[in-house]
Ligand binder design. Structure first.
Ligand code: AHN
Ligand code: ZN
Length: 336
């Protein structure tokens, strides 16, 4: 019986349609297998639209904090969130970096139904790395990257979700945060290593000083590097440690939608990323949807922190899998 059930499932998966097998009557009647189609609740995530939002960001040039491209892209993102009906708050803070450089953090926050108590936090980083330290040639290592996957992809998916939130409401409050200064961690070629947590400066700041006093969300979802072809979203370590229920919920929804080939039931390493301070400061138990690899020396895709992280690496199938899954999660969430 089980073999027959698996056989059916395999065939149907190949057809690209997800079925759930209701097998209550299997024991009494060997030939009775009921197949039930999972009906998607959320509106159709448009991967072409998400792709265009990624391309638009990359078109500004590297979004290195302090640069004109960074300023222009930040203005674009605040404008889009406002256009899509969010209440926009910009959080700015001056910090001094490991190299003594003074930088201003610009976190961009878009809120839907700010009056609602039950909230879901969706986040990504919008800055791009000032270095390509995974390049082998020293000259190339000192140039900023385009950051199509690393940065722009997560923000592009969230903008597409914002576009839908404007048209069709959800039952819960949503906060989208585009964090700044995630990716200015010390480069591998740094001569003197300065002790400190130099990654995720925007999310560290917000986690300590949230835009709303005592902010808490029911849960949070980070999208980091969700744009490359054949992305594999492994179960990242801190996500399992701090937010295992959220992780099972999100991965379960992905499986029901037929994206089990992206959201794998396999654990990945612990990644210092924007969800870490959010979890540590108890702002929301948060998971990281991030493309992790087991066959590269970095643990990330081969284009990570190189000049190959440009639009050639962006794949609509991966954007769709990540985007539709997150949309289904929020559109099926009940308000209390
Ligand atoms: C570390 O490599 C320590 N963190 C990776 C976080 C990251 C960088 N995500 C994107 N770029
Ligand atoms: Zn990065």
């Amino acid at each position: 019986m089980q073999r027959a059930g698996s056989f059916f499932l395999l065939i149907l998966l190949i057809a690209g349609v997800l079925f759930s097998i209701s097998c209550n009557s299997c024991q009494s009647n060997k030939n009775m297998v009921q197949l039930e189609l999972y009906r998607q609740i959320s509106p159709e995530f448009d991967a072409d639209s998400a792709y265009a939002f990624v391309a638009k960001q990359v078109g500004f040039g590297p979004r290195v904090p302090g640069s004109p491209a960074h300023k222009a892209c930040g203005d674009y993102l605040t404008g889009k969130l406002a256009e899509f009906g969010a209440q926009v708050i910009e959080q700015k803070a001056d910090i001094t970096h490991y190299d003594g450089e003074n930088l201003t953090i610009r976190n961009i926050i878009g809120s839907y139904y700010p009056e609602k108590e039950k909230r879901i936090l969706l986040f990504a980083h919008w800055d791009s790395r000032p270095f390509a330290d995974e390049e082998s040639v020293p000259d190339k290592q000192r140039q900023p990257i385009a950051g199509a996957d690393d940065g722009a992809s997560g923000v592009g998916v969230l903008l597409e979700i914002a576009r839908h939130l404007h048209r069709l409401p959800v039952e819960v409050g949503i906060d989208m945060i585009f964090f700044d200064l995630e990716d200015w961690g010390q480069p591998s070629f740094a001569a003197d290593w300065v002790q400190g947590d130099w990654w995720c400066l925007g999310s560290q700041y917000w986690s300590e000083q949230p835009h709303v006093a005592h902010y808490k969300a029911a849960y949070g979802i980070l999208l980091d590097m969700v744009g490359a072809a054949n992305a594999t979203f492994l179960k990242e370590g801190y996500s399992m440690k701090y937010a295992s229920e959220v992780l099972e919920k999100v991965w379960g929804v992905a499986a029901k939608l037929g994206y089990g080939n992206y959201f794998l039931s396999k654990s990945g390493g612990y990644i210092t990323d924007d969800h870490l301070p959010v979890n540590q400061h108890h702002r929301a138990p948060s998971v990281n949807i991030i493309n992790l690899k087991t066959d590269t020396h970095t643990g990330f895709a081969p284009h990570w922190h190189t000049h190959r992280d440009d639009m050639r690496n962006i794949d609509k199938g991966s954007l769709k899998a990540a985007g539709q899954t997150v949309m289904e999660v929020i559109y099926t969430e009940k308000g209390t």
